[in-house]
Design a protein around this ligand. Structure first.
Ligand code: NAP
Length: 307
């Protein structure tokens, strides 16, 4: 059980929904596939949904809002985010008035009375972060949101935002292949009782084991210039994936499932939100929630990805 503000998470395994309606971010998405992703999650005990205004400029929230009408609201934990301001060509805006309007608009799209976790998606350059969070505290006291989150904030920005102790949770990039948060923000977060949710937990699919050493990426592939797909980093990561595969033989599990099970066991991680493109991936990933890694296997994986 994890407590995040006024939210009690009984199951810390969730679904990242940037491929639900996120037409502005990814090609070849259909709303129907997105709907099926959310249904597959909710029908299989995955009740934490991580969305954002930025995913399809509200479309992800709308699809989730439609689907959850068929389920009990109190069984679902909805996390959403805002900062991209359409009136400023989607530049970030943390102004208290804008954030308050964003929460109201998200409530409409999600067809619900409250948002469980509301994150400021990205910091802007102008707004005093303490004032931005104070606006969210007002919304929390009014029962419109239940927990206050920050995403993509530096340690210095988190400290200012949390000057009154109102911040409940931080979401940031983190995975076995991107462990910077361990040395930048984690100490402060632990000291102040603030939770942590990693995004890109599967390193956009790299940790699922679907990539091989002989794969060549051309200019049309999204992986083409990504650092994790360049030598020698790519080979180092695939060596780590081989360790995941070996550990997986003891649990009848894939590298991706073992990766997610590692985050589930990690005491510093409050929730795990792998994304998916199709419903079958949601089902595959959900198995991770049932895997109890031994201490030895947890440490083996930790060491394999220390570089
Ligand atoms: P991710 O979880 O690291 O990777 C998800 C992708 O991996 C899927 O879309 C799918 O892509 C592939 N995949 C997933 N399960 C698989 C399986 N079982 N077998 C094979 N491939 C599989 O990355 P992410 O979805 O970008 O990040 C997770 C969530 O974090 C997002 O959905 C979003 O909610 C959140 N997020 C937040 C921020 C922020 O700024 N706060 C930023 C990014 C993401 P393909 O099938 O297309 O390969």
């Amino acid at each position: 059980m994890v407590q995040i503000g006024n939210v009690t998470l009984t199951n810390k395994f969730g679904l990242g929904t940037n491929k639900v309606g996120g037409h502005n971010l990814f090609e070849n998405l259909s709303d129907e596939d997105g709907r099926q992703l959310v249904i597959a999650a909710l029908d299989n005990g995955v009740t934490l949904l991580d969305t954002a205004y930025a995913y399809g400029h509200g479309r992800s929230e709308e699809i989730i809002g439609e689907v959850i009408q068929q389920y009990k609201r109190e069984d679902i934990i909805i996390a959403t985010k805002a900062a991209h301001d359409p009136a400023r060509n989607y530049a970030f805006n943390n102004d208290p008035v804008f954030l308050t309007q964003s929460v109201e608009a998200a409530l409409q799209r999600l067809k619900t009375d409250y948002i469980d976790i509301f994150y400021i998606h990205f910091p802007d350059e102008e707004t005093d972060k303490r004032e931005a969070v104070a606006a969210l505290q007002n919304l929390k006291e009014a029962g419109k949101i239940r927990a206050i989150g920050l995403s993509n904030f530096s340690l210095e920005q988190i400290k200012v935002a949390n000057a009154d102790g109102y911040v409940d949770i931080v979401e940031d990039a983190y995975s076995l292949v991107a462990r910077e948060a361990e040395s930048t923000t984690w100490e402060y977060l632990s000291k102040h009782g603030i939770g942590f949710v990693p995004y890109f937990p599967l390193a956009s699919g790299l940790l699922t084991g679907k990539y091989t050493a002989d794969q060549v990426f051309g200019p049309d592939d999204w992986q083409f210039k990504r650092p994790n797909f360049q030598a020698p980093r790519y080979a180092e990561i695939l060596a780590g994936v081989d360790v995941l595969r070996e550990v997986g033989t003891r649990y009848d599990a894939t590298p991706g499932q073992i990766t997610l099970a590692w985050y589930m066991k990690h005491p510093k991680i409050s929730a795990v939100i792998p994304g998916a493109r199709v419903a079958q991936q949601v089902l595959d990933n959900a198995k991770a929630a049932t895997i109890q890694l031994s201490e030895e296997d947890f440490d083996l994986i930790d060491q394999a990805f220390k570089k």
